[in-house]
Design a protein around this ligand. Structure first.
Ligand code: HEM
Length: 180
């Protein structure tokens, strides 16, 4: 929500898509309905790219006989990790990586970057709750944007973040006004 409020033209574009998909009496649309909204999905993905929930690289151990990691040989039983922060800000993969640009997920080459997109980690220990997370993020974001005009109290407001096991965010003072 913070990214959207800092980028009002993206919020307006998203609202247009959401308004067109809700029926006149609908307040909360079903996931079946909102899951296929391309710009909403792009905003959720762009948010997860920029705001990783785990601030450090999740540790993995190489197999006892060693293995090759990005064309480099790494000995056995060595702890290796790739923080999502680093992968998601590689400018060769995600040009202008600090910008909140949902449009990048709608481009033709979006599928090519998926191996570098790891908000839920990957492999056998990857997040088993990712589908629930997508469901909640889609339904909640769509419902809030449909129902309220949202505005930051101070448009230059910077969100505080604190690294722990998870990344904690500080308060986000938003003004809500019910839409007619
Ligand atoms: C935006 C929301 C979420 C993010 C970004 C996220 C991210 C992650 C990540 C990166 C891991 C991998 C940990 C590792 O590799 O060591 C993980 C694991 C896990 N997540 Fe999530 N998660 C989210 C939501 C959820 C939800 C909603 C649930 C449950 C309803 C959930 C349940 C789990 C479980 C049980 C694991 C451990 C899987 C295992 O070790 O086999 N997560 N999550």
């Amino acid at each position: 929500m913070h990214h959207l409020l800092r980028n009002p033209e993206k919020l307006a574009k998203l609202r247009e898509e959401i308004d067109a998909s809700f029926g006149p009496d609908e307040i909360i649309a079903s996931f079946t309905k909102v899951r296929h909204l391309p710009y909403l999905k792009a905003c959720v993905d762009e948010n997860l790219r920029l705001t990783r929930s785990i601030p450090y690289g999740l540790p993995r151990k190489t197999p006892p006989d060693g293995t090759s990691v990005m064309d480099r040989w790494v000995a056995g039983s060595v702890t290796v990790s790739l923080p999502a922060y680093v992968a998601h800000r590689d400018a060769e993969i995600f040009p202008a990586p600090e910008d909140f640009r949902p449009e990048r997920w709608l481009e033709e080459k979006a599928k090519d970057v998926l191996p570098y997109y790891i908000p839920f980690s990957t492999g056998s220990r990857g997040c088993i709750g990712r589908n629930i997370a997508y469901l909640e993020l889609h339904v909640l974001t769509a419902a809030l944007i449909k129902r309220y005009d949202l505005q930051l109290e101070d448009e230059k407001f910077e969100l505080e973040r604190e690294d722990g096991h998870l990344l904690w965010t500080g308060p986000l003072p938003i003004m809500f006004q019910k839409r007619p």
